[in-house]
Every structure is written in C-alpha cells, then in structure tokens.
Design a protein around this ligand. Structure first.
Ligand code: AMP
Ligand code: ZN
Length: 115
C-alpha cells in the first residue's frame, strides 16, 4: 500500500496537511519538525507508507538508503558538518508517528549515551 488515509505523514506528503518543506523528489519528502529538539530538526520520510523499520521488506532497503542519502544531501546543502540521525522504532523507543521518518538533528551538542 502506498498510503494510509489515517496516517499524519501520508497527509503531509500529499499536501493535505501543511508543513514547512525542506526537500522533495519522487520517493522522499522532508520537512521541519513542528516541535524541534535542536536548532535544526528535519524529518525525512519515504513517500511510501511503511510503519516502522521493523516492518520494512527487503525490497524497501534501497528506499531507506535513499532516505539516508537525502539526509546527507540536506546537511551538505545547509553546510552542517556534525549531526545526529535517528529512527525511533516502536513506542518504547519514542516512536509516535507510525510512518518511517529519519530525524536529522543538528546545531547543539548531543549526549552519548543518548538516554
Ligand atoms: P517520532 O516520535 O519518532 O515518531 O517522531 C514524530 C515527530 O513528528 C515528532 O518529533 C513530532 O514533533 C513531529 N510532528 C508531529 N506532528 C507534526 C506535524 N504536523 N508537522 C511536523 N512535525 C510533526
Ligand atoms: Zn503514512
């Protein structure tokens, strides 16, 4: 299934819910997080509705590679050298929106271990 009518991020990808778009191509949609956790906080989504990393198929790996490549390009465009990339997988890990998205966070120090 390409989209899920109940999914917030499918609605954002389609433009039914407004967002502050950063990047778009045939497969990818990236936008600013509405509740930023760092000076730069961008969400990079595959347009295809996939609930979470754990539910991806083997055939989705190239698409997820493209999500990561898009994060790299966005960081290069913004001349950001140091950044953190996060996929939350499952509610226990902090996932609230069940449409895969990569958090691109930058502009402040990040603790390790992450807590
Ligand atoms: P996660 O907790 O990994 O599922 O991340 C979901 C992210 O989506 C959170 O950081 C939210 O702040 C963000 N978010 C929720 N609603 C919106 C929205 N309408 N536009 C942009 N970001 C959103
Ligand atoms: Zn979706």
């Amino acid at each position: 299934m390409m989209e899920n009518s109940d999914c917030l991020f499918c609605k954002i990808v389609k433009g039914d819910i407004p967002s502050s778009k950063i990047y778009e191509d045939d497969d990818i949609f990236a936008f600013n997080d509405i509740n930023p956790q760092a000076p730069t906080h961008i969400l990079i989504c595959p347009k295809k509705h996939i609930e979470k990393i754990a539910s991806m198929d083997l055939e989705d790996t190239a698409l997820i590679g493209k999500v990561i490549e898009s994060a790299k390009k966005i960081a290069e465009d913004k001349q950001i050298e140091d950044y953190r990339l996060v996929f939350n997988n499952g509610s226990g890990a902090g996932q609230e929106v069940f449409h895969i998205h990569l958090h691109l966070l930058a502009g402040r120090p990040f603790a390790w271990p992450p807590g």
